[in-house]
Design a protein around this ligand. Structure first.
Ligand code: HEC
Ligand code: HEC
Length: 159
């Protein structure tokens, strides 16, 4: 697991900052855009921006009227800070982690984190497929079913 330890650390850095738990000593950490947490954390956890490339977020934001069977449309005004936030924190942004982009073909635009090679690599090596189909988990995208700290961007061994 050595290779991917950095991933958890990065998610902590970028999402953990929004936590009330984070003391003033960490105030230099980047903030998660509140509009993102509010609008995109309403039905599921606010998925970490750094787990998908910019082009994926763009496509997701461009088709919110048909969002995984839901209508998650936002006004252009509401969308603006979310777009800016995802763009500046995506996997292939300056704030991203090159490891997350590993093995993602340039012509591939995954719409789910669970389609990202890094995610598949971590999970399918260690976890039996059927673990994702239990009634409790329902869907592999339901990160919080297994990662207690998911809503706060924490995916480390103890979360
Ligand atoms: C009305 C509810 C709703 C809202 C609001 C919503 N989503 Fe979703 N989203 C869903 C559903 C339902 C799924 C599919 C869940 C599944 O199958 O695991 C999903 C899945 C996703 C996934 C794929 C996760 C994965 O790896 O499987 C991403 C990424 C995502 N949403 C991003 C967003 C973003 C960005 C916003 C804000 C602009 C947003 N969502 C707002 C309902 C919503
Ligand atoms: C069925 C349970 C399950 C689901 C659902 C799940 N994971 Fe995991 N995840 C695991 C297990 C088990 C590990 C390996 C244990 C470990 O090393 O942390 C892991 C490891 C990880 C790691 C590596 C952590 C580290 O040590 O650096 C990341 C990042 C991660 N998952 C992200 C996600 C994201 C994002 C989602 C949702 C899109 C998700 N997981 C959904 C079970 C799950």
């Amino acid at each position: 697991m050595k290779k991917i330890i950095g991933i958890g650390a990065v998610s902590l850095l970028t999402l953990g900052a929004s936590l009330a738990l984070v003391g003033p000593g960490n105030s230099a950490l980047p903030q998660v855009e509140p509009a993102y947490v509010k609008e995109c954390g309403a039905c599921h956890i606010p998925y970490p921006a750094q787990y998908l490339p910019k082009r994926s977020w763009e496509r997701i934001l461009g088709s919110l009227d048909k969002h995984f069977g839901e209508n998650a449309t936002l006004s252009p005004k509401a969308l603006q800070p979310i777009k800016a936030y995802l763009d500046s924190h995506a996997a292939d942004s300056a704030a991203g982690n090159p490891r997350i982009m590993r093995d993602v073909a340039v012509n591939n635009t995954p719409l789910r984190i669970v389609e990202m090679p890094f995610w598949i690599h971590i999970h399918h090596k260690q976890i039996e497929r059927k673990a994702f189909d239990t009634p409790k988990v329902k869907s592999a995208g339901n990160c919080a079913a297994c990662h207690k700290g998911a809503a706060n961007g924490q995916f480390g061994d103890d979360d």
